[in-house]
Design a protein around this ligand. Structure first.
Ligand code: AMP
Length: 173
């Protein structure tokens, strides 16, 4: 046994534990949930009815400054999603005859949704793989918000800025 050896004493372990980065911040990006994002963003959703026209839809998209509307029936049940991309596609296919068409004939009916407990990483993955930028949030079958690619990127950027500030404070003191 080397002469410099000293048996560990209580408390050594805690003192000797070094992490090169904050474990909190490393874990945050993998565990941040839709719920956390919605608690900051709010649960506002903008809806339209299937029988409404694309003329109604473009006005709502402009007024609300958003890129997609959730299509719901009179009971608030989710029936589809209509994004600006659906409208642009139809404008190219039926020039001059697009705006009177109904939301129902242009929406995507097979909507991929997420739950409040889902991680943002998994939501981003599903949006990237599915090539869409919007995802409604459902809790017990009820709509409780909308998450977009932009929201997730914005959330992560804010987190990164906060982490950078914390690191700076640790260094500068
Ligand atoms: P976006 O990129 O969200 O503007 O939408 C691109 C296409 O995907 C459009 O045809 C939308 O109707 C459709 N879409 C958007 N969000 C979803 C979703 N959550 N589930 C299924 N389709 C979607």
């Amino acid at each position: 046994m080397p002469s410099s050896y000293q048996a560990p004493t209580r408390g050594d372990k805690a003192r000797d534990t070094h992490v090169s980065q904050s474990t909190d911040s490393n874990l945050a990006q993998e565990t941040a949930t839709v719920q956390k994002l919605l608690s900051q963003k709010g649960g506002d959703i903008f809806t339209i009815r299937p029988q409404d026209t694309l003329a109604n839809a473009v006005q709502a998209l402009r007024d609300k400054r958003i890129g997609a509307l959730l299509v719901t029936d009179q009971d608030g049940m989710l029936k589809g999603i209509l994004s600006e991309r659906d409208i642009v596609r139809k404008l190219a296919e039926t020039p001059g005859q697009t705006l009177p068409q109904t939301v129902a004939e242009n929406m995507t009916s097979n909507v991929v949704s997420c739950a409040p407990g889902d991680t943002l990483v998994s939501v981003l993955r599903r949006m990237t793989d599915g090539k869409f930028r919007h995802m409604p949030v459902l809790e017990d079958g009820k709509l409780c918000g909308m998450v977009t690619v932009g929201d997730v990127v914005n959330f992560r950027l804010n987190e990164l800025e906060y982490e950078a500030l914390k690191l700076k404070q640790m260094i500068v003191g």
